[in-house]
Write a protein that binds this ligand. Structure first.
Ligand code: PLP
Length: 249
Protein backbone atom coordinates (compact mmCIF):
# COMPACT_ATOMS: atom_id res chain seq x y z
CA UNK A 1 0.00 0.00 0.00
CA UNK A 2 1.24 3.47 -0.81
CA UNK A 3 1.40 5.83 2.14
CA UNK A 4 3.09 9.23 2.43
CA UNK A 5 5.76 7.54 4.53
CA UNK A 6 6.78 4.80 2.15
CA UNK A 7 6.49 7.21 -0.77
CA UNK A 8 9.02 9.39 1.01
CA UNK A 9 11.34 6.43 1.64
CA UNK A 10 11.18 5.50 -2.04
CA UNK A 11 11.87 9.10 -3.06
CA UNK A 12 14.73 9.32 -0.58
CA UNK A 13 16.34 6.21 -2.03
CA UNK A 14 15.80 7.49 -5.59
CA UNK A 15 17.31 10.91 -4.80
CA UNK A 16 20.29 9.32 -3.04
CA UNK A 17 20.89 7.11 -6.06
CA UNK A 18 20.66 10.10 -8.40
CA UNK A 19 23.08 12.16 -6.28
CA UNK A 20 25.61 9.33 -6.50
CA UNK A 21 25.09 9.04 -10.26
CA UNK A 22 25.60 12.81 -10.71
CA UNK A 23 28.72 12.81 -8.55
CA UNK A 24 30.23 9.91 -10.44
CA UNK A 25 29.40 11.56 -13.78
CA UNK A 26 31.30 14.64 -12.56
CA UNK A 27 34.27 12.45 -11.53
CA UNK A 28 33.50 13.20 -7.90
CA UNK A 29 33.28 10.92 -4.89
CA UNK A 30 29.59 10.40 -4.00
CA UNK A 31 30.57 10.60 -0.32
CA UNK A 32 31.56 14.23 -0.90
CA UNK A 33 27.92 15.22 -1.57
CA UNK A 34 25.72 15.56 1.54
CA UNK A 35 21.97 15.48 1.18
CA UNK A 36 20.28 18.04 3.43
CA UNK A 37 16.60 17.04 3.48
CA UNK A 38 14.63 20.30 3.65
CA UNK A 39 11.75 19.61 6.03
CA UNK A 40 10.14 23.03 6.42
CA UNK A 41 6.35 22.79 6.92
CA UNK A 42 6.51 18.98 7.03
CA UNK A 43 5.55 17.40 10.35
CA UNK A 44 8.07 15.80 12.67
CA UNK A 45 6.63 12.36 11.93
CA UNK A 46 7.94 12.63 8.36
CA UNK A 47 11.38 13.67 9.58
CA UNK A 48 11.58 10.74 11.99
CA UNK A 49 10.57 8.29 9.23
CA UNK A 50 13.50 9.43 7.14
CA UNK A 51 15.83 9.54 10.13
CA UNK A 52 14.91 5.93 10.92
CA UNK A 53 15.90 5.09 7.32
CA UNK A 54 19.33 6.63 7.86
CA UNK A 55 18.88 10.24 6.73
CA UNK A 56 20.93 12.40 9.09
CA UNK A 57 20.91 16.00 7.83
CA UNK A 58 17.75 18.10 7.88
CA UNK A 59 17.25 21.72 6.84
CA UNK A 60 14.72 24.10 8.38
CA UNK A 61 13.74 27.66 7.43
CA UNK A 62 11.64 28.91 10.35
CA UNK A 63 13.18 29.12 13.80
CA UNK A 64 10.07 28.60 15.94
CA UNK A 65 8.89 25.67 13.83
CA UNK A 66 12.33 24.08 14.01
CA UNK A 67 12.69 24.48 17.78
CA UNK A 68 9.29 22.86 18.34
CA UNK A 69 10.30 19.89 16.16
CA UNK A 70 13.63 19.52 17.98
CA UNK A 71 11.95 19.52 21.37
CA UNK A 72 9.28 17.03 20.28
CA UNK A 73 11.89 14.80 18.65
CA UNK A 74 13.90 14.74 21.86
CA UNK A 75 10.83 13.54 23.76
CA UNK A 76 9.40 11.11 21.19
CA UNK A 77 12.55 9.56 19.76
CA UNK A 78 15.63 10.63 21.73
CA UNK A 79 18.00 8.23 19.99
CA UNK A 80 16.98 9.35 16.50
CA UNK A 81 16.93 12.99 17.60
CA UNK A 82 20.48 12.73 18.90
CA UNK A 83 21.64 11.43 15.51
CA UNK A 84 20.17 14.34 13.53
CA UNK A 85 22.30 17.23 12.28
CA UNK A 86 20.15 20.38 12.03
CA UNK A 87 20.87 22.98 9.35
CA UNK A 88 19.26 26.42 9.37
CA UNK A 89 18.73 27.65 5.80
CA UNK A 90 16.18 30.49 6.18
CA UNK A 91 16.31 34.26 6.54
CA UNK A 92 17.83 35.29 9.85
CA UNK A 93 16.20 37.89 12.09
CA UNK A 94 18.54 39.31 14.67
CA UNK A 95 16.17 38.50 17.55
CA UNK A 96 16.46 34.78 16.64
CA UNK A 97 20.23 34.44 16.63
CA UNK A 98 20.40 33.08 20.18
CA UNK A 99 18.07 30.22 19.31
CA UNK A 100 20.15 29.45 16.22
CA UNK A 101 23.41 29.55 18.15
CA UNK A 102 22.07 27.28 20.89
CA UNK A 103 20.18 24.69 18.83
CA UNK A 104 21.61 24.33 15.34
CA UNK A 105 24.75 22.59 14.08
CA UNK A 106 24.96 24.62 10.86
CA UNK A 107 23.71 28.01 9.69
CA UNK A 108 23.77 28.36 5.87
CA UNK A 109 22.33 31.85 5.55
CA UNK A 110 24.67 34.30 7.30
CA UNK A 111 24.63 37.47 5.21
CA UNK A 112 25.80 40.33 7.42
CA UNK A 113 28.45 41.02 10.03
CA UNK A 114 25.98 41.96 12.75
CA UNK A 115 24.32 38.53 12.54
CA UNK A 116 27.71 36.80 12.59
CA UNK A 117 28.77 38.81 15.66
CA UNK A 118 25.62 37.85 17.52
CA UNK A 119 25.91 34.16 16.59
CA UNK A 120 29.51 34.05 17.82
CA UNK A 121 28.70 35.89 21.07
CA UNK A 122 25.68 33.67 21.74
CA UNK A 123 27.16 30.29 20.80
CA UNK A 124 27.55 28.22 23.98
CA UNK A 125 31.30 27.45 24.07
CA UNK A 126 30.71 23.87 25.21
CA UNK A 127 29.01 23.14 21.87
CA UNK A 128 32.12 24.05 19.90
CA UNK A 129 32.19 26.50 17.00
CA UNK A 130 29.01 26.88 14.95
CA UNK A 131 29.48 25.85 11.30
CA UNK A 132 28.60 28.88 9.17
CA UNK A 133 28.11 29.51 5.49
CA UNK A 134 27.75 32.88 3.82
CA UNK A 135 24.65 33.16 1.66
CA UNK A 136 25.61 34.80 -1.62
CA UNK A 137 22.92 36.58 -3.63
CA UNK A 138 24.29 35.29 -6.89
CA UNK A 139 21.39 36.37 -9.12
CA UNK A 140 21.24 39.91 -7.69
CA UNK A 141 17.59 39.57 -6.69
CA UNK A 142 16.50 42.45 -4.46
CA UNK A 143 13.81 40.31 -2.81
CA UNK A 144 16.26 37.67 -1.65
CA UNK A 145 18.62 37.38 1.28
CA UNK A 146 22.31 37.01 0.78
CA UNK A 147 25.29 39.28 0.41
CA UNK A 148 26.37 40.62 -2.99
CA UNK A 149 29.27 38.64 -4.49
CA UNK A 150 31.56 41.69 -4.34
CA UNK A 151 30.92 42.11 -0.62
CA UNK A 152 31.45 38.44 0.22
CA UNK A 153 35.26 38.46 0.72
CA UNK A 154 35.04 41.15 3.42
CA UNK A 155 32.29 39.26 5.26
CA UNK A 156 34.37 36.07 5.01
CA UNK A 157 37.35 37.80 6.63
CA UNK A 158 35.08 39.09 9.37
CA UNK A 159 33.56 35.68 10.13
CA UNK A 160 36.90 33.88 9.96
CA UNK A 161 38.11 36.07 12.83
CA UNK A 162 35.19 35.32 15.17
CA UNK A 163 35.99 32.88 17.97
CA UNK A 164 32.84 30.77 18.12
CA UNK A 165 32.07 30.46 14.43
CA UNK A 166 33.75 28.26 11.89
CA UNK A 167 33.50 29.60 8.35
CA UNK A 168 32.87 26.49 6.25
CA UNK A 169 31.85 27.94 2.88
CA UNK A 170 29.23 29.59 0.73
CA UNK A 171 25.53 28.96 0.12
CA UNK A 172 23.48 30.10 -2.85
CA UNK A 173 19.90 29.88 -4.08
CA UNK A 174 20.04 31.20 -7.65
CA UNK A 175 16.87 32.41 -9.35
CA UNK A 176 14.95 29.44 -10.80
CA UNK A 177 16.25 28.64 -14.27
CA UNK A 178 15.30 25.68 -16.43
CA UNK A 179 18.28 25.77 -18.77
CA UNK A 180 20.92 23.38 -17.49
CA UNK A 181 23.90 25.38 -18.76
CA UNK A 182 22.67 28.57 -17.18
CA UNK A 183 22.03 26.71 -13.90
CA UNK A 184 25.58 25.46 -13.96
CA UNK A 185 26.98 28.90 -14.81
CA UNK A 186 25.35 30.45 -11.73
CA UNK A 187 26.76 27.74 -9.48
CA UNK A 188 30.20 28.07 -11.07
CA UNK A 189 30.23 31.75 -10.08
CA UNK A 190 29.79 30.68 -6.45
CA UNK A 191 32.53 28.06 -6.72
CA UNK A 192 34.98 30.55 -8.24
CA UNK A 193 34.14 33.10 -5.56
CA UNK A 194 34.89 30.50 -2.88
CA UNK A 195 38.21 29.69 -4.54
CA UNK A 196 39.19 33.36 -4.61
CA UNK A 197 38.22 33.84 -0.96
CA UNK A 198 40.24 30.78 0.08
CA UNK A 199 43.31 32.14 -1.70
CA UNK A 200 42.88 35.55 -0.07
CA UNK A 201 42.34 34.08 3.40
CA UNK A 202 45.39 31.86 3.16
CA UNK A 203 47.53 34.74 1.84
CA UNK A 204 46.36 36.97 4.70
CA UNK A 205 46.97 34.21 7.25
CA UNK A 206 50.45 33.61 5.90
CA UNK A 207 52.48 31.15 7.90
CA UNK A 208 50.71 32.01 11.14
CA UNK A 209 49.28 29.12 13.07
CA UNK A 210 46.07 31.15 13.34
CA UNK A 211 45.36 31.10 9.59
CA UNK A 212 41.77 29.88 9.19
CA UNK A 213 41.12 26.45 7.70
CA UNK A 214 40.06 26.78 4.06
CA UNK A 215 36.36 26.78 3.29
CA UNK A 216 35.36 23.28 2.24
CA UNK A 217 31.61 23.56 1.66
CA UNK A 218 29.43 24.72 -1.22
CA UNK A 219 25.74 24.51 -0.30
CA UNK A 220 23.89 24.79 -3.57
CA UNK A 221 21.20 22.97 -5.51
CA UNK A 222 17.52 22.29 -4.73
CA UNK A 223 15.02 19.84 -6.22
CA UNK A 224 15.02 21.79 -9.48
CA UNK A 225 18.72 22.19 -10.08
CA UNK A 226 20.77 19.82 -7.92
CA UNK A 227 22.20 17.96 -10.91
CA UNK A 228 23.81 21.13 -12.25
CA UNK A 229 24.95 22.05 -8.73
CA UNK A 230 26.76 18.75 -8.27
CA UNK A 231 28.42 19.14 -11.66
CA UNK A 232 29.59 22.58 -10.49
CA UNK A 233 31.03 21.28 -7.22
CA UNK A 234 28.25 21.37 -4.61
CA UNK A 235 29.16 19.52 -1.40
CA UNK A 236 25.71 20.03 0.17
CA UNK A 237 22.44 19.92 -1.77
CA UNK A 238 19.28 21.19 -0.04
CA UNK A 239 16.40 19.12 -1.34
CA UNK A 240 12.83 19.35 -0.09
CA UNK A 241 10.15 18.55 -2.64
CA UNK A 242 11.99 15.73 -4.41
CA UNK A 243 12.31 13.88 -1.09
CA UNK A 244 9.16 14.80 0.85
CA UNK A 245 6.75 15.59 -1.97
CA UNK A 246 4.83 18.87 -2.10
CA UNK A 247 4.91 21.00 1.03
CA UNK A 248 1.67 21.40 2.99
CA UNK A 249 0.28 24.92 2.58
C1 PLP B 1 12.80 25.42 0.57
C2 PLP B 1 14.26 25.56 0.29
C3 PLP B 1 14.97 24.54 -0.36
C4 PLP B 1 14.32 23.27 -0.91
O1 PLP B 1 13.59 23.55 -2.07
P1 PLP B 1 12.88 22.35 -2.91
O2 PLP B 1 12.55 23.00 -4.18
O3 PLP B 1 11.68 21.94 -2.13
O4 PLP B 1 13.87 21.26 -3.04
C5 PLP B 1 16.34 24.70 -0.51
N1 PLP B 1 16.98 25.80 -0.07
C6 PLP B 1 16.32 26.80 0.55
C7 PLP B 1 17.10 28.00 1.01
C8 PLP B 1 14.95 26.72 0.74
O5 PLP B 1 14.32 27.73 1.35
Amino acid sequence: MSTPENDALTRLADVRQDLATCATAASRDPDQVTLVAVSKRHPLSRILELAAAGQRDFGENYVDEALAKMADAGREAPDLAAAITWHFIGRIQSNKTRALAEHFDWVHSVDRAKIADRLSAQRPPELGPLNCLIEVNVSGEASKGGVAPEDTPALARHIAALPNLRLRGLMALPAPESDRERQEAAFAVVRELANRINLALSAAGGAEASAPAPMDVLSMGTSGDYRAAIAAGATHVRIGTAVFGARPA
